[in-house]
Design a protein around this ligand. Structure first.
Ligand code: XIL
Length: 373
């Protein structure tokens, strides 16, 4: 063991002292003054390792699916908050902040909504009631909402997606608030884009009426870098801020599958939004890796993944207005990437299937650890 003399003294000291445990992500984030969150499946909270890892490592949660329309509003006249409430109770017990996701989306809507033909006026009433009921239920508990999710189209750069809310039949005809509240000096092109996203404006106004304290976010995919989609969102948010539409932030989803992302462009994009006076939250980060049939990734890819987590966290921390980093789940045991990619990709999160920290975990923690501001 030791040959005698000083080496024995050092050996005895080393075995007598407890192994220092590095701080959790949560402790590092608290110290850095930023929120570190994870999307949660409330049905897993009864699993001890799931619950203890979540409470130890994160200071914020968001329901992955539990308060989407199809779960929370299963029939026209009934709401079911049981899953969402379970997560909220957990978060409050463990003093975690709660984000809400999502009030208006084109996916995961119930059949009673999508299969019946409603007029614009009926649809506007349904949506207003949904937003006010859900936001009202969690008033004072959910501090930030993804009010509208993914309203811009992937295939037509800069254009809004056709959805039940926008134009199938859309809720705009029921009232044209954007046009009526436009300043007289708006240019014709500004007026026409205001009218095209007038439905989004109405959603933010309804959410604000239901909880004036809640921070209201527009959340989007594939607009993390400077591109036509993020340009269009930027123009909308700038217009909303100029006209006093209640918007407080923009969510960058950050589902990454390309292992060489343009982080400088992400950083420039965060900067331009925060300069408008809105916060940026990284809302759904994961880094999907190619996996073998057993779900295992290559060691070199796990290292690249760690670099990406570190670089994105560092980019966020370098802008005071980027106030939260959240991963979409936290353990590879429960991640949407597997089913979404037909099991060709996976291993996307900082903990493996047995809740062991991966290189991405250490990278994220180191970034948070050096990110005091
Ligand atoms: C995903 C969930 O993770 C899955 O469980 C569900 O089956 C489909 O939706 N962008 C979003 C999230 O805003 O709501 C999506 O979540 C992932 C992409």
């Amino acid at each position: 063991m030791c040959a005698g003399g000083w080496s024995c003294v050092f050996f005895l000291i080393a075995v007598a002292l407890p192994t220092p445990t590095p701080p959790s992500l949560r402790a590092a984030a608290d110290h850095a003054g930023i929120l570190i969150g994870a999307a949660v499946r409330p049905e897993q909270l009864s699993e001890a390792a799931y619950a203890s890892t979540l409470a130890r490592e994160f200071n914020m949660v968001e329901p992955e699916d539990a308060i989407k329309w199809e779960v929370v509003h299963p029939a026209a006249l009934s709401f079911d908050f049981s899953q969402g409430d379970k997560m909220v109770d957990f978060a409050m017990t463990h003093k975690m902040k709660i984000r809400g996701h999502t009030l208006v989306w084109h996916q995961q809507n119930p059949k009673w909504l999508t299969e019946k033909k409603y007029t614009s006026g009926e649809l506007a009433e349904i949506l207003e009631r949904h937003i006010k009921t859900v936001v009202g239920h969690y008033r004072g508990k959910i501090f930030a909402w993804d009010v509208v999710n993914e309203a811009f189209d992937e295939l037509q750069p800069g254009k809004l997606r056709s959805t039940i809310w926008r134009d199938q039949p859309g809720i705009v005809m029921a009232g044209n608030e954007a046009a009526s509240s436009s300043p007289a000096h708006s240019t014709p092109s500004a007026r026409s884009s205001q009218q095209s996203y007038a439905y989004i404006e109405r959603c933010f106004r309804w959410a604000h009426e239901a909880d004036p304290q809640a921070l209201l976010f527009y959340n989007e995919a594939e607009a993390e870098v400077m591109n036509p989609k993020s340009d269009a969102i930027y123009a909308m948010v700038r217009d909303f801020r100029q006209r006093g539409v209640p918007i407080d932030g923009v969510g960058f989803q950050m589902h990454i599958a390309n292992l060489h992302p343009d982080v400088a462009s992400v950083s420039a994009n965060i900067k331009r939004f925060t300069v408008l006076g809105v916060q940026v939250h990284i809302t759904e980060m994961d880094v999907a890796l190619p996996v073998d049939p057993n779900g295992n990734a290559r060691p070199e890819d796990l290292q690249l993944q760690a670099d990406i987590y570190r670089e994105i966290a560092t980019a966020c921390l370098s802008h005071p207005g980027c106030t939260a980093i959240q991963t979409w789940g936290f353990t590879d045991k429960y991640s949407w990437i597997g089913s979404h990619s037909k099991h060709t990709q996976g291993a996307a999160l900082p903990f493996d299937r047995d809740y062991r920290p991966k290189p991405a975990y250490a990278a994220l923690r180191n970034a948070l650890g050096s990110g005091r501001r």
